[in-house]
Design a protein around this ligand. Structure first.
Ligand code: HEM
Length: 681
C-alpha cells in the first residue's frame, strides 16, 4: 500500500484542495498515531484474508474461526494496541482521562479513543472479513445513489413543536463520541481520490487505492447527469486493531473517546487537549474579539481549509481575521451553527473556571481546568438525558429503560460489565437520523426575535465568516431557538443530498444520503434492515408486501430497487419507518439509539449522578447540576436576553419566552464547589 501511495502522489491522483471531497475528508482525524494503528489493523485483515484463501476457508471460518488466533508472538505483534495500565493516582482521581481509558477498572480500554466500535449484530462482509456487503444472491447491491434518489425527496415538512436546536444539539453530541476516520496518503496531507477529476470512474487498477469504494452515479441521475458526474468519491473508514489483537473480521476505529465526555471540546488525547489550553487559571484558548464582543473559538493555524466566504456570497471584502476554528474534534467548521454551539460550550468552560477561581483563589490552573471540565461534562450529560433524549427516543422509552434522570438523590446504575463503546450500527446508521432534520436554510434572527436573513447551507459549509460578524452569533442562536427542525422522514434538504460541501461555482457537491448508505455497506456491520427488526424484537418483513405495515408509502420503491427484502439497507429503511408515537424516530432506529444511550449512562463510571465513585459529586453539587438547562447555557454565554425555558421546544403558552433573568430558567450556583465544601483530591 505504501508503494502504491507513492505512485498515486507522483501521478497526482489525490483529492484536489477546495473540492467537495477534500472538504469531506479534511474533517476527520489525521493524527499519526491513528494512521499507524489502522495500518497495523489492515495488515491483520489482509493476513486473515490471505490465510482464508490459502486454506480455502468459508467466510464464517475466516471471520469467526480465525479470530481464535492471536497476533501476539508473530511478526505482526507490534501492530497490537497497548492495553492501558491505570496507576494508583489514576484510580483515585475524580477526573476522567482525556483518552477515556481507565474508566472501567477491569477493562481499561473500554471506551478509549482509537479503539473499535462494538457491534450489535455480527457483520455481513461479503468475504466474511473485509469486503463490503453484497446482495443475498451474491450480486451487487443497487447503487447507493440510485437508492437515495429513489427514496428521498426534498420536501419542506417542519415539525410543529421542536426547534432547530434538536437537530443542532444532536450533531454536537454526536461529535463527542462518534467520528469515523479516513486514511491520508502515505502519511502526507493528501486525501484519497477514488474518481477521476472529471467525475468518471477510475479505470486503471494501479491507481485505485484499496480503500476506495466510489459510489456509482447512474447515467440518468436527475441531478448529477447535468454535470456529467458518474462517480462520487468515497473512502472506506480506517480499521482499528481488534481489542484482543486476533485475526478475524475487520473492525472500524472511533477516533474520539466513546463516552459522552465533551471530547469534542477538550480533545481525545493529551496533545490536542494541551493545544487547546491556556494553562492559566484553568482556561481554554479563545479568539478574543474587539469592542467587548464575546470570545470566539480559537483559530486553527494548521489547516489548509479556507473558511472565508466566496466573493459573490459575501459581497464584502473579506476581513483578514477570518480563520477556521479549532476545537477538540476536527469538525467544528462543518457549519456556522455547529461552530456557534461549540462556542457556547467553550465560553461556559471559561465562565466556570473564572467563577471557581473567584471562589477558590488558592486553586492552581490544573485543578480549575479539571473541575470546570467535570462540571461542564455533567451539565451536558444532564441536558442530554433530561431535555434532549426524551424528545428523540420518547419519554415512554426513557421510562421503560430507566433513563430519565432522578429528581433527587444518587443513582446506583453503574454496571462494570456493560461495554459503553459506540455501536457500529449506531454510528453508521441509526444516529444519522438527524440528517433528515436539517434545514436547508438557516435563520439569523435578531434580539427582537425577528428573522433578518437566511443563509443557504451550500454556501456556508466550512465557511466561518458570518460567525465573525459582531452580533451574528446571537442571531444564529436565536435562529436555532425559533426555526423549527425538519421532521424525521424520508425528506432531506437538497443542500445535503446534492450540494453537500459544494465548491463555489461548481453547482454540485456530494450526497450525504448516498454516503450514509455506502458507509453502512462498507462497514460490513450493517446487515439488511430485517436483521435489525429481528434484533429489536420486531416482526421482520417476510416479503416486500409485508413492508407496507411499517413503511407504508415507500414499500413499492424498495421492491423496484432490491432483489430480496433482506437486502434493504438499514439506513434507508430506518428513515422511511413510521415514527413511534411521542418519539422522533421509528421503532428500529429507536431501539439502537436507546440501547446506546443506556450504555453511555450505565457503562460510564463517571456518569454525573452516580454515588460512591471517585468522580461523584456531593449531593449539594448534584442538586445544582440538576438545575442546568440548555437555555441557561445560551443565556449565560451570549448576549441573548430572552429565551423559552425549554429551548428544544418551540415557544408556546406553556413554554413562553421569558427574560434570561427569570427564575423559569434557573441558575446553577457554584457555591458548593467552594473549597470548604469540596472533597479533598
Ligand atoms: C448540517 C448538519 C450536518 C451535516 C452537514 C452532517 C454531515 C455529516 C458527514 C459529512 C458525515 C460523514 C459521512 C460519511 O462519510 O460517512 C456525517 C456523519 C455522521 N453524522 Fe452528520 N451531519 C449533520 C448533522 C447531523 C445530525 C443532526 C446528526 C444526529 C443527530 C448527525 C449524525 C451523524 C453520525 C452519527 C455520523 C457518523 C459518525 C461520524 O462520523 O460522526 N449528523 N455527518
Amino acid at each position: 500500500m505504501d508503494e502504491m501511495e507513492k505512485n498515486l502522489l507522483v501521478n497526482n491522483v489525490t483529492v484536489r484542495p477546495r473540492s467537495s471531497s477534500y472538504t469531506h475528508l479534511q474533517f476527520f482525524q489525521k493524527a499519526t498515531e491513528s494512521q499507524d494503528l489502522s495500518r497495523g489493523a489492515l495488515a491483520a485483515i489482509e493476513t486473515t484474508r490471505e490465510l482464508a484463501k490459502r486454506f480455502g476457508l468459508t467466510p464464517d471460518e475466516a471471520s469467526v474461526g480465525l479470530s481464535k488466533f492471536y497476533l501476539k508472538d508473530t511478526i505482526l505483534s507490534k501492530t497490537c494496541p497497548l492495553v492501558p495500565v491505570c496507576d494508583e493516582r489514576t484510580l483515585r482521581s475524580p477526573f476522567r482521562k482525556l483518552d477515556g481509558s481507565c474508566n472501567n477498572l477491569k477493562r481499561t480500554n473500554w471506551g478509549q479513543s482509537r479503539t473499535p466500535f462494538q457491534r450489535a449484530i455480527a457483520p455481513d462482509y461479503a468475504d466474511g472479513v473485509w469486503l463490503p456487503r453484497r446482495a443475498q444472491n451474491n450480486g451487487e447491491l443497487p447503487s447507493a445513489r440510485l437508492v437515495s434518489v429513489s427514496v428521498v425527496l426534498d420536501k419542506d415538512a417542519p415539525t410543529a413543536t421542536e426547534t432547530h436546536w434538536v437537530m443542532q444539539y444532536g450533531q454536537f453530541i454526536n461529535q463527542n463520541c462518534n467520528p469515523i476516520n479516513f486514511y491520508i496518503l502515505n502519511r502526507s496531507s493528501a486525501a484519497i481520490q477514488c474518481c477521476r477529476e472529471d467525475g468518471k470512474l477510475l479505470t486503471n487498477p494501479d491507481l485505485i487505492h484499496p480503500q476506495c469504494l466510489p459510489i456509482k452515479i447512474p447515467n440518468d441521475d436527475p441531478f448529477f447527469s447535468k454535470f456529467g458526474q458518474l462517480c462520487m468519491n468515497f473512502v472506506r473508514s480506517t480499521p482499528a486493531p481488534r481489542s484482543d489483537c486476533s485475526l478475524g473480521y475487520g473492525e472500524q476505529m472511533n477516533g474520539n473517546t466513546h463516552f459522552l465526555d465533551q471530547s469534542n471540546v477538550y480533545g481525545s488525547d493529551d496533545t490536542t487537549a494541551a493545544e487547546l489550553r491556556t494553562f492559566v487559571k484553568g482556561g481554554l484558548k479563545v479568539n478574543q474579539q474587539q469592542n467587548h464582543h464575546l470570545d470566539l473559538l480559537p483559530p486553527d493555524n494548521n489547516t489548509e481549509t479556507n473558511c472565508t466566504l466566496s466573493k459573490p456570497v459575501s459581497a464584502v471584502a473579506v476581513p483578514v481575521k477570518v480563520k477556521c476554528f479549532k476545537a477538540g474534534d476536527p469538525r467544528p467548521n462543518q457549519t456556522p451553527n455547529l461552530a456557534v454551539t461549540h462556542t457556547i460550550f467553550l465560553r461556559e468552560h471559561n465562565r466556570l473556571a473564572a467563577a471557581l477561581a473567584y471562589l477558590n483563589p488558592k486553586w492552581e490552573d490544573e485543578r480549575l481546568y479539571q473541575v470546570s471540565r467535570r462540571i461542564l461534562i455533567a451539565q451536558m450529560q444532564h441536558i442530554t438525558y433530561n431535555e434532549w433524549l426524551p424528545i428523540v427516543i420518547g419519554r415512554a422509552k426513557m421510562q421503560q429503560l430507566g433513563l430519565l434522570p432522578l429528581q433527587n438523590g444518587f443513582s446506583d446504575d453503574y454496571d462494570q460489565h456493560l461495554n459503553p463503546s459506540i455501536l457500529n450500527e449506531f454510528s453508521a446508521a441509526a444516529f444519522r437520523f438527524g440528517h433528515s432534520m436539517v434545514q436547508g436554510k438557516h435563520d439569523l434572527t435578531n434580539l427582537r426575535r425577528k428573522k433578518e436573513v437566511q443563509i443557504l447551507l451550500r454556501q456556508h459549509f466550512s465557511k466561518m465568516q458570518t460567525v465573525y460578524t459582531p452580533g451574528n452569533l446571537e442571531k444564529f442562536l436565536i435562529g436555532l431557538a425559533t426555526q423549527p427542525s425538519q421532521n424525521f422522514d424520508n425528506y432531506f434538504t437538497e443542500e445535503i443530498t446534492n450540494h453537500l460541501f459544494e465548491e463555489a461555482g461548481k453547482g454540485f457537491g456530494l450526497d450525504l444520503v448516498s454516503l450514509n448508505i455506502q458507509r453502512g455497506r462498507e462497514r460490513g456491520s450493517i446487515p439488511g434492515y430485517n436483521a435489525f427488526r429481528t434484533l429489536c424484537g420486531l416482526q421482520p418483513a417476510k416479503d416486500f408486501s409485508d413492508l407496507k405495515n411499517f413503511i407504508p408509502d415507500i414499500a413499492e420503491r424498495f421492491e423496484l430497487l432490491y432483489d430480496s427484502v433482506d437486502d434493504i439497507d438499514f439506513f434507508i429503511a430506518g428513515i422511511s419507518e413510521r415514527k413511534v408515537k411521542g418519539a422522533t424516530m421509528g421503532p428500529t432506529f429507536q431501539c439502537i439509539v436507546a440501547d446506546q444511550f443506556l450504555r453511555l449512562k450505565r457503562g460510564d463510571r463517571f456518569f454525573y449522578d452516580l454515588a460512591e465513585q471517585t468522580g461523584s459529586f456531593s449531593e449539594e453539587q448534584l442538586n445544582e447540576i440538576r438545575k442546568t438547562s440548555f437555555a441557561r447555557l445560551v443565556c449565560d454565554n451570549s448576549n441573548v436576553l430572552h429565551s423559552q425555558p425549554l429551548i428544544f421546544k418551540t415557544e408556546s403558552a406553556i413554554n413562553p419566552v421569558v427574560s434570561c433573568e427569570s427564575p423559569s430558567i434557573p441558575r446553577v450556583s457554584l457555591l458548593p464547589w467552594q473549597e470548604q465544601f469540596e472533597k479533598p483530591y
